[in-house]
Design a protein around this ligand. Structure first.
Ligand SMILES: CC(C)(COP(=O)(O)OP(=O)(O)OC[C@H]1O[C@@H](n2cnc3c(N)ncnc32)[C@H](O)[C@@H]1OP(=O)(O)O)[C@@H](O)C(=O)NCCC(=O)NCCS
Length: 240
């Protein structure tokens, strides 16, 4: 896939986490503040808070709503643990719209990629970024790649494999976020070797996919980042 702009209707922004004004923490709501209080270090807490502030500012810039007026609606389908507030599939209710906004976020090192979609026909949105080729991806090939993806990796020069592995991984995480499962769904059952993700589902998922490799410079990330976004579009009404 050639790196491209974001799919239509998806608004993306890259934000340096250390540049976010943590004095804006008051825009977060109670669940977000409670979740922030669960991190084991101040640095991790600040990173979380900065990402959530960045996401609210991005949504506010897109819809015209004030960042503090948004209601966070996070839900985790793979966990019944109500003791972890504000985690899972991200969503926000905004005063200017009747339906909640589909959003996504990914942090890597000092950067964060945020995405929001105004299109009500979109069932799910996912973005993912990784800081450098193959960092932390040892062993991923054997457990998370489909046969098709392994085949693709075998056919590139060894020196290019780490970059391709990272590319496949961010695509896969973007798709898994757009599905709302994250890694609770077996990543080896989601094939992202081509431009249309293939899900080994029974019955197959309804809808149409857009999966894009993102050019770091186009979205405002440093060159060493690898990023992808995915959206799943609901099937339209049957023609009469
Ligand atoms: C979603 C997931 C792949 C992201 O992991 P990651 O690469 O470490 O982190 P990223 O920075 O790229 O993404 C984090 C964001 O993913 C989003 N996210 C979390 N769970 C999600 C889900 N089920 N669907 C879609 N997006 C999700 C959130 O926006 C989160 O941002 P937050 O930290 O502000 O809440 C991973 O957390 C996951 O698989 N979670 C689901 C299963 C699981 O382990 N749950 C444990 C808690 S019950």
């Amino acid at each position: 896939m050639t790196p491209a702009a974001a799919p239509q209707g998806l608004s993306l922004a890259a934000v340096r986490l250390s540049g976010v004004d943590l004095g804006l923490e008051h825009v977060l709501d109670d669940d977000e503040v409670a979740r922030a209080g669960m991190f084991r270090s101040q640095a991790l807490r600040d990173r979380f808070v900065a990402g959530r502030i960045a996401l609210r500012l991005h949504i506010g810039a897109l819809t015209g709503d004030s960042p503090g007026s948004l209601q966070a609606l996070y839900s985790c389908p793979s966990c019944l643990n109500r003791d972890i507030p504000g985690h899972g599939i991200p969503g926000y209710r905004v005063p200017s719209r009747t339906s909640p906004l589909r959003v996504s976020l990914s942090r890597s090192e000092d950067w964060c990629l945020v995405a929001a979609c105004l299109d009500d026909g979109v069932a799910g949105v996912g973005v993912d970024l990784e800081a450098e080729s193959s960092a932390g991806l040892d062993g991923v090939q054997s457990v998370a790649m489909t046969e098709n993806e392994r085949e693709k990796l075998r056919h590139v020069a060894p020196a290019l494999r780490p970059a391709l592995m990272t590319r496949l991984w961010v695509r896969k995480e973007a798709v898994l976020k757009a599905l709302g499962t994250g890694l609770a769904r077996d990543p080896a059952r989601v094939d992202v070797a081509g431009p249309i993700p293939r899900l080994f589902d029974e019955p197959p998922l309804q809808g149409r996919w857009q999966l894009e490799d993102l050019d770091p410079s186009t979205v405002g990330l440093p060159d060493e980042f690898t990023a992808a976004c995915a959206i799943r579009i609901l099937p339209g009404p049957e023609p009469k």
